[in-house]
Design a protein around this ligand. Structure first.
Ligand code: F0G
Length: 463
């Protein structure tokens, strides 16, 4: 390319004002939210990096597609548009719309998993794990060893441990109804999975006759990493990489709130028509008729367009670079982050950054509170609050204590990213004064959404 600057490949047509708050206002807001950023009012947040899910900006093509939405209960034209778009990318014969990713997971696992079954995954996302467990199954994470090393520079830390998978299939035999692989590996740091790894996993699954499903939420970002990092893939069209990835699997679950570039939606897709029929029966109970599955006709249109936009090369180049740009700034200032930077998010390594906070006082949670208090940034803990509670009710500290700065798609510009870097560097000057929290109250599952906390030592940032 002639010029080095990677620009946002869009211009802004509609703006949504965001509001500055002062230190005192944020302190009050956080206290009212019981020291849980999920319980904050969004208008009290300046830069919202809680999630990249459903928070993106839609394009003019998506909005105009929505005007064509066919709201017929059955056989809507919009379903045909959606079905065609999904099949064109994934190649799977049966496409089942759902209102979001976890609904697809729920329908798949409640149909295919029986109590005592084991579902291997490179790393389960929290809702995926919860849905496997809800069906009575054991959610088994089989990442490669590099996934557990925050500083390893391995280009595909999202890969699955193929030997461990093979051992599991040997030992568990018929107790494994399906294998999943999450691209990119969200809970493992937004790290990609190589095409070679998907191929190897697929080969093992086929040998043991176990279907392979892709958790495809960020399939386009994963395709871009394959293109830029995997030998022999350079310059290949992201859609061709995506098609090859899906061709190695038997089905997928998808949250269209991520690489579907939409504010809501998802799907379940698979080649096995008998399993699809059983899934559709469940769908009617919980989501809706198989040609809308919990979505409006206009949502189906927005997703059909969004799936293609997510694969646009200029978009993906800008998308992946904006996270890497923030990573470069933080790394050169010596801030401990998980490297390489992920596709949708940058992960701060709270264990290395705040070694004075014991895991029992949730260092990553405390760090997320400090980011909000100091700069109005909302980010999510991916650590012992999210993963520490075991299915039997016991507590086990998470392997990594991370704070995820997840970037909504096409929402923030470079100056927002510069501001985020400035806040993180400022928080670094306070690091030794950041104190832990104690959990005051929590629900039994997915506790991070609603658990209540209090400062363990008087204040989050001691004076
Ligand atoms: N799988 C992965 C890998 C995810 O990251 C998510 C959602 C889901 C499944 C569930 O999809 O939200 O549409 O029901 N991740 C969001 C996040 C919530 O913030 O990472 P959903």
């Amino acid at each position: 390319m002639k010029f080095r600057t990677i620009i946002e490949p869009f211009r802004v047509k509609t703006v949504e004002p965001i509001r500055q708050t002062n230190d005192a206002e944020r302190s009050t807001a956080l206290e009212k939210a019981r020291y849980n950023v999920f319980l904050l009012q969004a208008e009290d947040v300046l830069i919202d990096l809680l999630t990249d899910s459903g928070t993106g900006a839609m394009s003019v093509y998506q909005w105009s597609g929505m005007m064509k939405g066919d709201e017929s209960y059955a056989g809507a034209r919009s379903f045909a548009v959606f079905d065609r778009a999904v099949r064109d990318i994934t190649g799977f014969a049966n496409v089942i719309p759902t209102h979001q990713g976890r609904a697809a997971e729920h329908i798949l696992f409640s149909t295919a998993v029986r109590p005592g079954d084991v579902v291997p995954n490179n790393t389960h996302f929290d809702t995926t794990r919860a849905n496997v467990e809800d069906a009575g199954g054991l959610a088994l994470d089989l990442p490669v060893p590099e996934a557990r090393q925050p500083q390893s520079a391995h280009p595909f830390k999202g890969n699955m441990n193929v030997d461990a998978l093979e051992r599991t299939l040997q030992e568990q035999g018929t107790r494994v109804p399906l294998v999943m692989i999450t691209v990119t590996n969200n809970s493992g740091g937004g790290q990609p999975v190589s095409l070679e790894n998907v191929r190897a996993v697929s080969e093992v699954c086929r040998r043991y006759g176990v279907p392979l499903f892709i958790d495809a939420c960020r399939f386009a970002e994963n395709a871009w990493f394959i293109r830029t990092r995997e030998p022999g893939q350079d310059g290949r069209a992201p859609i061709d990489i995506a098609r090859e990835m899906f061709s190695l699997a038997d089905g997928c679950t998808m949250s269209a709130k991520k690489d579907g570039m939409s504010n809501i939606g998802g799907f379940l897709a698979m080649n096995d028509s008998q399993l699809a029929t059983r899934c559709r029966t469940r769908l009617v109970l919980t989501e809706g008729f198989p040609t809308y599955g919990g979505l409006a006709g206009y949502d189906l249109e927005a997703i059909a367009v969004g799936l293609k936009e997510a694969l646009d090369e200029d978009y993906l180049r800008y998308r992946i670079r904006s996270i890497e740009y923030l990573g470069d700034k933080l790394e050169s200032a010596g801030i401990p982050i998980l490297t390489p930077t992920g596709g949708h998010a940058l992960y701060l390594d709270a264990r290395r950054w705040l070694p004075h906070i014991p895991q029992s006082e949730f260092p990553a949670w405390a760090l997320s509170l400090a980011l909000y208090l100091e700069g109005g940034i909302r980010a999510a803990e991916i650590g012992s609050v999210m993963f520490g509670r075991q299915p039997d009710g016991t507590e086990r500290p998470a392997e990594l204590e991370l704070v995820r700065l997840a970037f909504p798609r096409r929402v923030y510009t470079q100056s927002h990213v510069d501001y985020v870097a400035e806040v993180v560097l400022h928080v670094d000057t306070l690091a030794s004064r950041i104190r832990g929290v104690r959990m005051v109250d929590s629900p039994p599952v997915l506790r991070h959404f609603t658990a209540q906390f209090a400062p363990a030592h008087g204040a989050i940032v001691s004076t």
